[in-house]
Ligand binder design. Structure first.
Ligand SMILES: [Zn+2]
Length: 152
């Protein structure tokens, strides 16, 4: 199994339903409604590595079907998910974004890191590299990357 193999797991806790999705989201990804749900739903998408356009369509259909359950939905987004949410306003429609990962690159040692931020956290343009202690740069256009925060 490679890191890009899509996998969805559902775990029922007393106070929430946890949906974990990992790998590449595309036309082969099977996103299934979890059946009867009476608790809030939390989606952990931190393991989503890549998303193509058919994956975007499948995801939006899935989010719409979750909406019909009438329970709160919270999402934790990987960099790949946050990028889509910035470009596509209804990518996580009906859900609240609990957290998101952001991309940093170190020009000194080429290290990359994807730290996780809470929705309202301040996101710095630079951060110290955990490898070489030099300054890492935000590896995208920071305002456009964060534009999903304006959409909700
Ligand atoms: Zn470094």
């Amino acid at each position: 199994m490679s890191a890009d193999d899509f996998k969805m797991t559902i775990e029922r806790a007393p106070d929430h339903l946890l949906i974990t999705v990992v790998g590449a989201l595309n036309e082969t990804s099977v996103l299934e409604l979890p059946g009867e749900v009476a608790t809030p739903i939390r989606i952990n998408g931190e393991g989503i590595t890549r998303i193509n356009s058919l994956g975007v369509s499948a995801w939006i259909r899935f989010m719409n079907s979750l909406k019909t359950l009438g329970v709160p939905v919270g999402v934790r987004m990987s960099v790949a998910m946050a990028s889509q949410a910035s470009m596509i306003s209804n990518f996580v429609e009906g859900a609240s974004i609990e957290s998101f990962a952001a991309p940093y690159y170190c020009p000194a040692c080429e290290n990359t890191e994807e730290p996780v931020f809470a929705f309202n956290d301040e996101v710095p343009e630079t951060r110290p590299c955990s490898q070489c202690k030099q300054s890492m740069e935000f590896d995208d256009e920071i305002d456009s990357f964060l534009s999903f925060r304006r959409a909700v």
